[in-house]
Ligand binder design. Structure first.
Ligand SMILES: [Zn+2]
Length: 422
């Protein structure tokens, strides 16, 4: 009996806070490009949630499980009025009072010597009617460097994934309101933990991992979409050992990128259960939206007709909806042919992009182009663009693009903004 009680208390100790954390104001700076940077100091990486409110205009950053000694910093730089923080049951709430609406960047956390900096940036040059930020999409090209992934007859998975990732990056970069975060953009090795941690570090709204399967039977082919499996997450024994790591405050922060010890997703999953439940639900919706688009693509066959579940470690972030897209089997001649050519890869990138866009239609993010839902997307024409390719990127026809924009296809120019009604 005593032993049971003891174990239970021990269990609670492990799972209550992710170790003690504290929050302090650091400084406000005007950067050389005119942007304003507000920095805070945390003892360790925290789960944060940031949003902006209008009337009166302000940005709120909620920092979970961190103690703050209330502060209030008046500042008249640009649109700023006051930066303040207060303690609210188990969370610290930072509020930045503003004179007007601003274009802001989602806050991010970086390690610096013995502490973590929490940074918020506000653009001064971009005037907006309401507080606005970009939607950040983390694009994870599977494998890389010494890890080739699956090996096809003429192609390696690591190359296919990077090329698809770059296609997706382009569409997101050139579409107003979206912003890509590339987990890797060269042929480099990145370990699995660093991949989802980079998404956390930069405050990604979604995480998409791109892969291509390999199998010993060459007839197996087609694309599939995976989300993190809940079964895999209930392996408590492993969680306990990791939770212990986090609870141990003797762990020293090392400057540089986040690593898995800085924010232990396994321990956090048990603590922030609501955030985790929402993540799973949203990942499934995102997976379904991407799957629907893949099914629309006449060149891509489906390997699995429904969203699949697996314990792919790269998907384990507890609050960032995450999916893994297997774009096909490079060990199959048809898939290999499709994925070794640009049009085939572009179709995968387009399905992912359209799936993401459809996801935000049902799960609109406040302060972004998807809230309220826009009538159209704005795409900025790049050097070398032709209308037929732009049409393919967005799953529309050339005639539609011409009609919507009253275009003369022979006289489009880089920097021109066009409307895409999707
Ligand atoms: Zn892979």
């Amino acid at each position: 009996m005593h032993r049971v009680v003891f174990s239970f208390v021990f269990f609670l100790c492990l799972f209550t806070p992710l170790g003690a954390n504290s929050l302090n104001f650091e400084n406000i700076k005007e950067l050389s490009n005119g942007d304003i940077r507000i920095s805070f100091r945390l003892q360790k990486v925290a789960l944060i949630n940031a949003y902006a409110l209008d009337d009166p205009s302000r940005i709120v950053i909620d920092v979970r499980d961190a103690k703050v000694s209330s502060f209030s910093e008046e500042n008249n730089l640009g649109p700023l009025k006051l930066v303040r923080a207060s303690d609210q049951n188990n969370l610290s709430r930072i509020e930045i009072d503003l004179k007007e609406s601003v274009y802001w960047k989602k806050p991010w956390q970086i390690k610096s010597k013995d502490h973590v900096k929490l940074i918020l940036e506000i653009k001064q040059s971009q005037k907006v009617k309401k507080n606005t930020r970009d939607i950040l999409i983390a694009i994870d090209a599977g494998h890389g460097g010494k890890d080739p992934g699956s090996v096809g007859t003429n192609i390696l998975e690591k190359d296919v994934t990077l090329m698809i990732a770059k296609e997706l990056e382009r569409t997101l970069r050139d579409t107003q309101g979206y912003k890509p975060i590339m987990i890797r953009s060269t042929d480099e090795f990145v370990n699995l933990d660093d991949r989802y941690q980079k998404a956390r570090e930069l405050g990604a709204d979604l995480f998409v991992s791109i892969h291509a399967d390999g199998f010993r039977l060459s007839r197996v082919k087609g694309a599939s979409v995976y989300v993190w499996s809940e079964e895999a997450s209930s392996i408590t024994a492993e969680n306990l050992s990791k939770a212990k790591l986090v609870a141990d405050s003797s762990i020293k922060l090392k400057a540089g990128r986040l690593d898995f010890q800085d924010f232990d997703e396994d321990a956090a999953r048990a603590i922030y259960q609501l955030a985790y439940a929402a993540k799973i639900e949203n990942s499934i919706i995102l997976g379904e939206k991407i799957l629907e688009q893949l099914k629309r693509d006449p060149f891509t066959h489906m390997h699995k007709p429904n969203v699949e579940f697996a314990d792919f470690r790269v998907l384990k972030s507890i609050d960032i909806p995450s999916v893994l897209v297997e774009s096909g089997f490079i060990t199959n001649p048809d898939d290999s042919r499709r994925l070794s050519k640009k049009p085939g890869r572009r179709m995968i990138a387009r399905s992912i992009f359209l799936g993401i866009h459809e996801y935000f239609k049902v799960k609109p993010k406040p302060n972004t182009i998807m809230d309220p839902l826009p009538e159209f997307l704005t795409y900025t024409i790049q050097k070398g663009d032709v209308i037929s390719e732009i049409a393919i990127r967005f799953g529309v026809t050339v005639n539609e693009v011409i009609k919507w924009n009253e275009l003369d296809p022979s006289s489009i120019f880089p920097g021109q903004k066009i409307k895409i009604y999707i």
